[in-house]
Design a protein around this ligand. Structure first.
Ligand SMILES: [Zn+2]
Length: 163
């Protein structure tokens, strides 16, 4: 699947560090030098205390799906559908949620709470855009409640599946 179809992002003074880091495969959010709150998307001002001294902080941990949607609408002629968009939160970065396309599993297997790795893919206009890759459940990750087989349970992501 390809994510280059679409409209390139409008880069501002506040979002330029994000796109520069994305090009290097790094996901950065803003952290307030005054109160420590983290914000995304970057806006050059703290969402909690309105201070303007924001520093970039890199997120390196895997995240969990907070919410999701599956798009079946072919908004553009070249757009491949369906695909899942997930909103991801990170245990070590409270208050920050990042949206992106889910890769590594079929869209219908996207589920709230599933673990995802941070990934980037080529986007429109030569930008690297954040996306997420279904993670193989690691030891210590919360197992879904009830271990009995259920046809409605999300199947585990298939390692080495289509990206
Ligand atoms: Zn602050």
């Amino acid at each position: 699947m390809d994510a280059t179809t679409g409209i390139p992002p409008g880069v501002t003074e506040e979002t330029e560090p994000f796109w520069a880091a994305a090009k290097e495969g790094r996901l950065v959010v803003e952290r307030c030098s005054s109160c420590g709150a983290e914000s995304f998307p970057p806006r050059g001002m703290c969402r909690c205390c309105r201070a303007r001294a924001m520093v970039p902080v890199e997120i390196t941990s895997r995240g969990h799906v907070y919410s999701l949607t599956v798009n079946y609408q072919r908004w553009l002629p070249d757009l491949e559908v369906p695909y899942a968009i997930v909103l991801v939160e990170f245990p070590d970065h409270p208050g920050v949620r990042v949206a992106g396309r889910l890769r590594g599993c079929p869209p219908e297997e996207a589920a709230i709470g599933m673990a995802v790795e941070i990934g980037f893919e080529p986007g429109p206009g030569g930008f690297a855009i954040p996306s997420f890759v279904a993670a193989v459940p690691a030891r210590g990750d919360a197992a879904p409640p009830g271990d009995t087989p259920d046809p409605h349970d999300p199947k585990p992501p298939r390692p080495g599946g289509p990206a």
